[in-house]
Design a protein around this ligand. Structure first.
Ligand SMILES: [Zn+2]
Length: 429
């Protein structure tokens, strides 16, 4: 063995066990009671060994809007937060990842990364012919919007355009991920939070999700609902599961942590689309996780500059920065509701890896990459936005007390201290 992790608490697909985790050439080769090795990493009594998280929803914004984030800062933040793999969204970078040439530009921009990085492609009006080449070039699937995306170079598709794309992608068995808010239901926002919330009602999500389910049924393509906020749509997704349609859903740490009632005017660090809703909605989302209707929790890390994030709720950038904080935020909410770390690992590592076909990621078991996190679940800390690795110090978690400290992050058997992440292609990892 090159290395052995010895822990009283190891989170495996079979549950929590005491074990030694043996590593050779960056892969897990044994999970057993006792392994002889000269190199043993002893976990302390208050530490748990988790698989590295897989965050399939990250906006790195590089190249083109590198002042918003960037591959070096984003992947450093990911590593510090226990995330060992990210899949980068196709928009907010310039150019957006809607053709192979743009993907190659992005791969060059991601020369120095601390964690493993994969890429989503994008569906926009007119790029139907680019989807197959992007798929073959190794993107993990395709994102589209059903309403204005927030940036003009990544336009939304109509329902008819989405249907055409799904027919094409069904032939490739490629995954389509959808920002599901209905363009005809969303209105202009008012400057205050109640006005912003009312402008993007649950009905906008419910309608768009019903459309995605209908098109999934029609085309047979695999689809995924991004950042679910409206708990009213849970029964639509549940119905799709009952009908055995290939539809999955994710939600995000902020929808599970914050409530509309606590957001005051001017606190635009809380602005995201779809919006954070009422306390009762938040509890229904936790229930959706409990019942398995929602299978993934991913960050939707979508930062901007401090200037663009300021102002009022009508004008500020809509996106929340939380890549480094997703694990403690979700664990804090989960533990207070009686969930176990095995649940958090399933939502944030195992299911996201499975979703994008990363067979070597997402669990502590023989054959997987030795992507490992030493986590102290009972240690508390207060979030200081200035101490995070995100490029811009804006986050709604600032000043909040969270449970769970990431003490070490290991990528393929090496503790992350330098940039030795690699770029991933669908089907190869
Ligand atoms: Zn997003």
């Amino acid at each position: 063995m090159d290395l052995v992790f010895r822990a009283r608490r190891v989170i495996t697909p079979q549950g929590e066990i005491a074990a030694d985790v043996g590593v050779v050439d960056g892969r897990i080769v044994a999970v057993e009671p006792f392994i002889e090795s000269p190199n043993v990493v002893h976990l302390a009594d208050d530490e748990v060994l988790l698989p590295g998280l897989v965050d399939t929803h990250v906006h790195v914004n590089d190249p083109g809007r590198t002042e918003w984030e960037g591959f070096e800062t984003a992947t450093r933040a990911a590593a510090a937060g226990g995330v060992t793999t990210i899949i980068d969204m196709p928009l907010n970078s310039i150019p957006p990842t809607v053709e192979v040439a743009a993907l190659e530009i992005k791969r060059k921009a991601a020369a120095n990364v601390s964690v493993d990085v994969g890429f989503w492609g994008g569906i926009i009006p007119g790029n139907l012919a680019d989807l197959k080449p992007l798929h073959e070039a190794g993107v993990f699937g395709f994102k589209c919007f059903l309403l204005h995306s927030g940036v003009d170079e990544f336009p939304a598709v109509t329902k008819a355009e989405l249907e055409a794309a799904l027919r094409e992608l069904a032939t490739l068995d490629a995954l389509t991920i959808v920002h599901a808010e209905d363009a005809h239901t969303v209105r202009e926002s008012e400057p205050d939070y109640p006005g912003f919330l009312a402008s993007r009602p649950r009905e906008a999500e419910n309608r768009a999700i019903a459309d995605v389910v209908e098109l999934t049924r029609k085309t047979g393509a695999r689809t995924h609902i991004l950042h679910l906020s409206s708990s009213d749509a849970l029964h639509i997704i549940e119905g799709a599961h009952r009908d055995r349609l290939p539809v999955t859903a994710e939600t995000c740490p902020h929808y599970l942590t914050f409530t509309a009632e606590e957001i005051h005017d001017g606190q635009t660090e809380f602005k995201c689309c779809p919006p954070i809703r009422e306390a009762e909605n938040r509890e229904a989302l936790w229930q959706g996780l409990r019942e398995g209707v929602i299978e993934l929790v991913v960050s939707d890390h979508s930062p901007s500059t401090v200037e663009l994030k300021a102002g009022d709720f009508a004008t500020a950038w809509g996106g929340i920065a939380s890549l480094q904080l997703g694990l403690p935020a979700v664990w804090t909410g989960a533990r207070s509701r009686g969930f176990h770390l095995t649940d958090v690992v399933r939502w944030m590592a195992t299911h996201p890896a499975r979703q994008v076909g990363l067979e070597s990621k997402g669990a502590i078991e023989v054959g997987k990459d030795a992507d490992l996190v030493v986590f102290a679940p009972d240690q508390k800390f207060v979030v200081d936005k200035n101490a995070l690795h995100h490029r811009n110090p804006v986050t709604p978690y600032h000043g909040r007390e969270l449970h769970g400290v990431v003490r070490q992050t290991w990528l393929r058997g090496k503790e992350i201290s330098t940039t030795h992440g690699k770029l991933l292609r669908r089907g190869e990892a």
